[in-house]
Design a protein around this ligand. Structure first.
Ligand SMILES: [Fe+2]
Length: 348
């Protein structure tokens, strides 16, 4: 009998729809999946939502070339109309629709959709991400990371690949812990802490050595050579590296939008189940990575708000992080005294 993990998937879908999304009877649930995404996961999420009394629709469509606003011309009008009109939106697309016009519309009143990005997650990844995890222990750890990060003003990140970047945090901006999706707005899978440092304070080299996702031809999983962004006052002024760096530069230039070179957010990856897999949503959650976003800045960061035609994410493996001189991570391992014991409970 082939391994399908179908029982595990049922458990995970139940956990996501009932516990994480808190779907209630009578709510509208929209599940979107492009043709490169995983239909099996879409079907399972739909079944669980239906069984909880929700009114469910699965939207299956061809795969856009590019993400964000770049994906918009590929979308059926019926899909664009449906996205802001649902209570809950689960997105399984590989070429994600985040930061597109229907996405932005879905997040502002009066629509106020509860959105969860599950972009590119297939059955095995869903099981790794959600299945065997103690949500309470994960929540406790993430909340402590938020608390510790909120105290930080001056930060520095160094990686073995050559990242050395310093910046300052704005205490008035939120530090987002991604786990529960009970409130309207944009949510991402558990195991990520995200915020937007003060853009003009960011200076140094950011060396992406995990993977790099800018959509279309510049989705570059498992980089053969690192891509280096030289950053001055929050803006990437030069990109260096090998063939993949060249491809990234060509794609970004082709978008013809200077906003694509502006730093948009920073994240910690802390999902104990995530491993390098060539999917952005998983790679950016590998334990101990830092991830930088450039281009369009989500409204959830309550920052200065660079608007751009798309967005890219790049991953720095085995990060060492200091905040106000105190070390938080050492080459991907948690060393901050307030976090060590909570990480141990997660097997880390
Ligand atoms: Fe991002």
């Amino acid at each position: 009998m082939p391994t399908t993990l179908n029982l595990e998937l049922a458990t995970v879908a139940y956990k996501v729809v009932r516990d994480i999304m808190a779907v209630k009877k009578g709510e509208s649930v929209l599940i979107t999946v492009d043709s490169a995404g995983c239909w099996t996961v879409a079907e399972e999420l739909a079944k669980i939502a239906e069984s909880l009394g929700a009114r469910v629709m699965v939207a299956y469509h061809s795969t856009p070339v590019g993400v964000g606003k770049v994906a918009e011309p590929y979308l059926p009008d019926s899909l664009k109309a449906a996205i802001p009109q649902t209570d809950v939106w689960l997105e399984l697309n590989t070429q994600w629709l985040g930061y597109s016009a229907p996405y932005e519309e879905a997040l502002v009143p009066p629509n106020r959709v509860r959105y969860l990005c599950l972009c590119g997650l297939d059955v095995e990844r869903m099981v790794r991400f959600f299945g065997r995890l103690d949500l309470k222990a994960q929540d406790e750890f993430q909340n402590k990371v938020v608390e510790v990060t909120r105290r930080a003003r001056q930060m520095r990140i160094v990686t073995p690949a050559g990242t050395d970047v310093s910046f300052e945090n704005d205490p008035k901006r939120p530090v987002l812990s991604e786990l529960w999706c009970h409130t309207p707005g944009a949510h991402f899978p558990l195991g990520q802490i995200a915020w937007a440092p003060i853009e003009e304070s960011i200076n140094g080299d950011i060396v992406f050595d995990g993977s790099f996702y800018a959509g279309g031809p510049a989705d570059l999983p498992s980089l053969r050579e690192p891509i280096t962004f030289h950053v001055k006052k929050g803006v990437c002024v030069e990109i260096n590296g090998g063939e993949e760096a060249k491809l990234a530069r060509q794609w970004l230039d082709s978008l013809n939008d200077p906003g694509m070179y502006h730093e948009a957010h920073l994240c910690y990856g802390f999902n104990p189940g995530a491993k390098p897999s060539g999917i952005c949503v998983e790679d950016e959650r590998i334990w101990g990575v830092t991830e930088w976003g450039f281009g369009h800045q989500g409204i959830q960061f309550k920052a200065d708000g660079v608007s751009a035609v798309s967005h890219l994410d790049g991953i720095c493996l085995n990060s060492s992080v200091w905040q106000d001189g105190e070390q938080v991570l050492n080459e991907g391992q948690v060393v901050h005294p307030e976090l060590v014991e909570l990480a141990r409970k997660l097997g880390k």
